[in-house]
Design a protein around this ligand. Structure first.
Ligand code: FAD
Ligand code: NAP
Length: 313
């Protein structure tokens, strides 16, 4: 049966930004509802060790996110397993429709929908997704015990994925289109000295090669970006780790976006172009994109929402 729920503050997203907003909005006695979406806990649930969350020298990403969820719930945040499929910001109260059939109305909305993995857009990549092509080493690495794997990208994600995959693979080749990495120096150091990892500079993925029956990857065709030469490399797994794009589909026609889809907020705040709608975390941040900065923005969004609601009364 269709259900209608009203809340002062609706938080959309359950990453560090969403859960932190949940803690603060609950402590402000706003009785927030937080909708988790398809990935409860957000991006950190797809990684292993997190070494830069203050107060924890090392913690598993999924464990950290369970702790954040428990913390928000303990403060009084109602956490709902639902996915928002549409959002109407044209009048207050704002209206969000859930995949469950529930309609949520809210006096203020905190958007914390984060970011999703980017793909290269090759037909062969699409054809072998789930059959040798992946964007999540934590999820799929286990299937490649003793196999040779290729990782595409040169940022923190690519280097971490390459290092993690050495737990299973016999060899990992990191393929990057330039000859310098964006990844943090400490990660680069670990990468370069790892005996199972080889780095191939100035190359990009031209095609994933494989078989139909059984469906699976047998190798990749790589293009040298300097000479245009094509070469082949045998492997059974291809991990695409070329970054993430903001999840702004729900609001793309209702809020001002910039820098390729990130929600624009007033500098130094989380206020979007619609009063009463706040944005936090990777959805609005094309620069830092860290758990701790997302959590910080979640705090700011709850405080901004609290002030907005007080002004309305
Ligand atoms: P996200 O974590 O992206 O969460 C977004 C949430 O929104 C999800 O819960 C999703 O289900 C929800 N959502 C999306 N659409 C909807 C919808 N329509 N309805 C309802 N809910 C929705 N950062 C670090 O600081 N340290 C690290 O070690 C680190 N390691 C990383 C490793 C990997 C592999 C990756 C991919 C990222 C890593 N990061 C790390 C970056 C960090 O994960 C992000 O900066 C952070 O998770 C962003 O938090 P967020 O709350 O903005 O969004
Ligand atoms: P990123 O920093 O944006 O790096 C993306 C990489 O993919 C770049 O090296 C880029 O190459 C390459 N790339 C992009 N498009 C490509 C294409 N079409 N073909 C080939 N290569 C392509 O993304 P990220 O590594 O996912 O990191 C995202 C954010 O999360 C960052 O802020 C990062 O610090 C954070 N993060 C942090 C940690 C950590 O703290 N341990 C771990 C993971 C992620 P160029 O370099 O040539 O542009």
């Amino acid at each position: 049966m269709a259900d209608n729920r009203h809340t002062k503050v609706l938080i959309i997203g359950s990453g560090p930004a969403g859960y932190t907003a949940g803690v603060y909005a609950s402590r402000a006695m706003l009785a927030p509802i937080l909708v988790q979406g398809m990935e409860p806990g957000g991006q950190l649930t797809t990684t292993t060790e997190v070494e830069n969350w203050p107060g924890e020298k090392e913690i598993q990403g999924p464990d950290l996110m369970v702790q954040m969820q428990d913390h928000a719930a303990a403060m009084g945040c109602e956490i709902v397993g639902d996915l928002i499929t549409s959002l109407d910001l044209s009048q207050r109260p704002f209206t969000a429709k859930g995949d469950s059939g529930t309609t949520y109305t809210a006096d203020a909305v905190i958007l914390a929908t984060g970011a999703r993995a980017k793909w290269l857009g090759l037909d062969s990549e699409e054809a072998f997704k789930g059959f040798g092509v992946s964007a999540c080493a934590t999820c799929d690495g286990f299937f490649y015990r003793g196999h040779e794997i290729v990782v595409i990208g040169g940022g923190n994600t690519a280097v971490e994925e390459a290092l993690f995959l050495t737990n299973f693979a016999s060899k990992v080749t990191l393929v990057h289109r330039r000859d310098t990495l964006r990844a943090e120096k400490i990660l680069q150091e670990r990468l370069f000295k790892h005996p199972k990892i080889e780095t191939l500079w100035h190359h990009e993925l031209a095609e994933v090669i494989g078989t139909d029956a059984p469906k699976g990857v047998t190798g990749v065709r790589l293009r040298n970006v300097q000479t245009g030469d094509i070469s082949e490399l045998a492997c059974t797994g291809v991990f695409v780790a070329i970054g993430h794009a903001p999840a702004s589909e729900l609001v793309k026609d209702q809020l001002e976006l910039h820098n390729g889809g990130y929600v624009k907020v007033e500098p130094g705040s989380t206020r979007t172009t619609v009063p009463g709608v706040f944005a936090a975390g990777d959805l609005t941040d094309h620069v830092y994109r860290q758990a701790v900065t997302s959590a910080g923005m979640g705090c700011m969004a709850a405080l901004d929402a609290e002030r907005f609601l007080a002004e309305q009364e």
